[in-house]
Write a protein that binds this ligand. Sequence first.
Ligand SMILES: NC(=O)c1ccc[n+]([C@@H]2O[C@H](COP(=O)([O-])OP(=O)(O)OC[C@H]3O[C@@H](n4cnc5c(N)ncnc54)[C@H](O)[C@@H]3O)[C@@H](O)[C@H]2O)c1
Length: 350
Amino acid sequence: MINIGIIGCGNISNVHMKSYLNNNDVKVIAVCDINEKRAKEYSKEYNIPNFYNNHRDLLNNKDIDAVSVCTWNNSHAEITIDALNAKKHVLCEKPLAMNTKEAIAMEKASKDNNKLLMVGFVRRFGRNATILKDFAEKGFLGEIYYAKTGCLRRNGNPTGWFSDISKSGGGPLIDLGVHMIDLCRYIMGKPVAVKAFGVTNNLLGPRLDVKMVDRYSPVDKGTLSNVEDFAKAMVTFENGAVLSIETSFSMHIKEDYLFCELYGTKAGAKIEPEFEIISNIDGYNVDITPNYSKEKNFFQDIFQQEINHFIDCISNNTTCINPVKDGVDLMKILDAIYKSAKTKCEVKIT
Ligand SMILES: NC(=O)c1ccc[n+]([C@@H]2O[C@H](COP(=O)([O-])OP(=O)(O)OC[C@H]3O[C@@H](n4cnc5c(N)ncnc54)[C@H](O)[C@@H]3O)[C@@H](O)[C@H]2O)c1
């Protein structure tokens, strides 16, 4: 039995919690939130024996083997490093950190303590991503030379800490773009990024005046927004491939739109908005739709796979498919895009 602590008792922690409850090899024995009332209520709701208002007190609990870090982005590095130094395994939500410097320090703490640090790149656990990754690894797409991805929201600024740069590190690029860039890079075989050119804007703001429209919001709402509301970038890789990413929190677009397309020398493929493979067989163009049993509840199911994998890595020493290095590589790309947007120049990634 692996004993778990959950740090941060907001929205996403509930999805972690439900996934732990469905895993027979674990028990959540402690939770923590800087909002003590929230931690207390959460512990009551899920019947968890210990609650704390400070992550260090939770980490002093010797019975805890591993933790989920589900807090604001600005505390991921500190909490994760403290947890690793306390000899706990860590599953840290995305983005790994606020920037590359923090991410490298987290990677070092994982190595120094010989404890697992897994990054919450949950989209990798979707069945669509798993199937396409398998195809790509077996060479069915040929050489993937172009990826085009994005996550565009019309009225999707969550506000609260998400749009306070001191707590989030940025807007839709670090929040949504991080998933999409990672998904493409993962399927492409994790090529090394060498350059980025990006543009960010904050022209529309959070659009709080828009009436009768639901949006994702954190447990503590707010009105401030000092992050970008739109980002567009191009990233080039050592192997010559190129990736285009676009993200928005606010945009005059008809519908929110998620897309992920990859183009190889033998086939092209989309996994969002729907899964399709575009190729040529024996001189004929073919459009192929993979036939598989889809997740009943995509969001909860991919988290369940992520949590099951985290526990499997700890219990059976299984190789982690979301290692900390991938989180560090992603932070390098994000830092370069933000720097490029600031300097209006292409930025080298080292
Ligand atoms: N993988 C995904 O698809 C996904 C989806 C949503 C959020 N997230 C990530 O999960 C994290 C949390 O997001 P959320 O939507 O749950 O936010 P939230 O605001 O709903 O919850 C965050 C909680 O963390 C607590 N907190 C903040 N700093 C803390 C600290 N130092 N110690 C203890 N508690 C602290 C807050 O009080 C709050 O209760 C973020 O990093 C976000 O990017 C990931």
